[in-house]
Write a protein that binds this ligand. Structure first.
Ligand SMILES: NC(=O)c1ccc[n+]([C@@H]2O[C@H](COP(=O)([O-])OP(=O)(O)OC[C@H]3O[C@@H](n4cnc5c(N)ncnc54)[C@H](OP(=O)(O)O)[C@@H]3O)[C@@H](O)[C@H]2O)c1
Length: 295
């Protein structure tokens, strides 16, 4: 049995579908049974913050896909550290043999926000004695339809990366890599940096968004310091704003610009381009989930 956590999220929904298509035995951990039933697989209702529910969910599980929400700190703490460590401990107690974990490209000791949080979880997993594989993705293409990417009130994409490129990846490809690892035996003890096929600048992203939407979507450059000031003025903690600014400076220096062959190596096919991603998500674009459509 494969247990998929984060099953209702950007990666998890694709992963459940891919595993079902392969005829793999799959169970989804979900917080909301109604949302979970729409996945079309076995579900168990649980929460990373309720250890007893994790223990029940792991019963009879061989392989675990470990993923949850992002790294918004709560009172200076990253909840995902506590949550994912608890899931790893429950997996060990239940006799799970292998964990495939979604991490982040750049995970390292002392890294800002998700980079430091994922590093701490990775270390916990490595020390657990469980078999492990780490998926370290670049930025998600999904950010442009989920609202995670920032747009101005008049619908222009805000670029705090100084025109630098990012090798954005479609979560569908992350899920395909996870499926390959969860249903096979390779990749034990390996960490994979997952990227899309090319680095795209904000100008290139907005050109493709404009073509897909049939109307002009512009972009505007903001400095990391101005971005931090805007976040502070929205009431976000100063430390968080500073961390976001520092990550933006790193991206502007090219930290997410390289591409790797990991998606092709694991799945046997090329990662999706941004244009392919937009075509596959035309309904979400038409439905106005993209922030500029609301302007
Ligand atoms: N966005 C990026 O560009 C990017 C890049 C690299 C790495 N990452 C990493 O990717 C991961 C996924 O991020 P995301 O924001 O894209 O995820 P997401 O699609 O929002 O999915 C989050 C999933 O986790 C579930 N979840 C959240 N809290 C939970 C809890 N307490 N108990 C059980 N399930 C819970 C959610 O369930 P519900 O449906 O119930 O909410 C949902 O299924 C994060 O670790 C992030 O650091 C993101």
């Amino acid at each position: 049995m494969i247990l998929v956590t984060g099953a209702t999220g950007s990666i998890g929904t694709h992963l459940v579908r891919l595993l079902l298509d392969q005829g793999a035995p799959v169970r989804a951990l979900v917080r909301d049974a109604t949302k979970g039933r729409a996945l079309g697989c076995d579900i168990v209702v649980g929460d990373f913050d309720e250890p007893a529910s994790l223990a029940a969910a792991m019963d009879g599980v061989e392989h675990l896909f470990l993923n949850a929400g992002g790294a918004q700190p709560v009172e200076g703490e990253q909840p995902m550290i506590r949550q994912q460590k608890a899931a790893i401990d429950a997996a060990r107690a239940a006799g799970v043999s292998r964990v495939v974990k979604v991490s982040v490209w750049g995970a390292r000791r002392g890294g800002r926000l998700a980079e430091g949080a994922h590093w701490e979880i990775e270390e916990h997993l490595k020390a657990s004695g469980l078999g492990w594989s780490m998926l370290r993705p670049s930025g998600f293409m999904q950010n442009f339809i989920t609202g995670a990417a920032a747009f101005t009130a008049d619908g222009r994409l805000m670029d705090a990366y100084g025109g630098a490129g990012v090798s954005y990846i479609d979560c569908h490809d992350i899920a395909a890599c996870a499926a390959a690892l969860l249903t096979g035996s390779r990749g034990l003890g390996e960490a994979y940096v997952l990227t899309g096929p090319q680095a795209l600048t904000a100008a290139e992203i907005t050109r493709e968004l404009s073509a897909a939407l049939g109307r002009a979507v512009g972009h505007v450059e903001v400095s990391p310091d101005d971005l931090a000031a805007a976040l502070r003025s929205q009431g976000l903690p100063a430390r968080f704003a500073d961390d976001v600014a520092e990550l933006s400076r790193n991206v502007a220096a090219g930290s997410l610009a390289a591409t790797t062959t990991a998606v092709r190596d694991l799945t046997g096919r090329a990662p999706r381009t941004f244009a392919q991603f937009l075509a596959a998500n035309a309904e979400a674009l038409r439905g106005g989930l993209l922030s500029p459509a609301r302007s």
